[in-house]
Design a protein around this ligand. Structure first.
Ligand SMILES: Nc1ncnc2c1ncn2[C@@H]1O[C@H](COP(=O)(O)OP(=O)(O)O)[C@@H](O)[C@H]1O
Ligand SMILES: [Mg+2]
Length: 229
């Protein structure tokens, strides 16, 4: 018997996603297969509109697929109820989006710990400690108490990476995380992702249009015509 630990992080089989119904129905994912092993750092490529964000949102359990098999850490998630998906997401998944989505009037530290504080209903000392450690990891120890509006684009995105790491996720889904950054800031974010990937063993799936970003990943997947090619 295979120990549960040997299960890939993610397995998708014959996954489809159709938006809308009837005449306006659009099938974006058309029977997609994907296996993602733990600890990897993989680029997700594909033309604009090919379904990268759709796939990342499905993997993040924010969006339900239409059909197919979807297991993560050996757990079947297709058709799972909302409570199960929310719990799974909180335990295992972190997100970094193209637009950092920081709360402008909150400090860097408050932004990092906010989702955890909301979930736990309390801003614990432990959360503040972990938040401060993460800001140090992302090179922003000296910006801990700066309001988000006082940070540069690259610094905000590094805060977003720290926020994504707060609950020690197994998988971070990054949807064009450098798409809105100048090349120097983009490279800093990539260096950070590499450090986190190596030091914490966090798996990253990073959608991008940028060949320089993809070239720094261990592997690449490309969506074309609704499938991984
Ligand atoms: N909520 C939605 N309703 C209907 N169509 C959508 C929705 N979200 C995305 N789409 C369509 O699905 C396709 C894939 O979109 P998306 O996953 O955002 O691609 P990408 O991230 O690769 O640019 C596009 O044609 C887009 O217009
Ligand atoms: Mg997209």
């Amino acid at each position: 018997m295979t120990p549960p630990d040997a299960a890939p992080l993610v397995e998708l089989r014959g996954l489809t996603k159709t938006y809308g119904e009837g005449e306006t129905a659009t099938m974006v994912l058309k029977g997609l297969d994907l296996t993602l092993e733990k600890g990897r750092m993989i680029a997700l490529l594909g033309a604009s509109g090919s379904g990268k964000s759709t796939l990342l949102n499905i993997l993040g359990t924010l969006l339900r697929p239409t059909a197919g098999r979807f297991t993560m850490l050996g757990q079947e998630l297709f058709g799972a109820d909302d409570a199960t998906l929310t719990d799974f997401r909180n335990r295992h998944i972190g997100f970094v989006f193209q637009f950092h989505n920081l709360l402008p009037d909150f400090s860097a530290l408050e932004n990092v710990i906010f989702p955890t504080a909301v979930r736990e209903g309390v801003e614990s000392a432990q959360a503040r400690l972990r938040g401060a450690e993460l800001l140090e990891l992302v090179g922003l120890a000296d910006r801990t108490h700066y309001r988000a509006t006082k940070l540069s684009g690259g610094q905000k995105q590094r805060v977003a990476v720290a926020r994504a790491l707060m609950n020690k996720p197994d998988l971070i889904l990054a949807d064009e995380p450098t798409g809105n950054l100048d090349s120097v800031s983009a490279q800093q974010v990539m260096e950070l992702i590499k450090v986190v990937n190596q030091r914490e063993g966090t798996t990253f799936l990073i959608s991008t249009h940028d060949e320089r970003i993809a070239a720094q990943c261990e592997g690449r997947l490309e969506i074309r015509d609704g499938r991984i090619i």
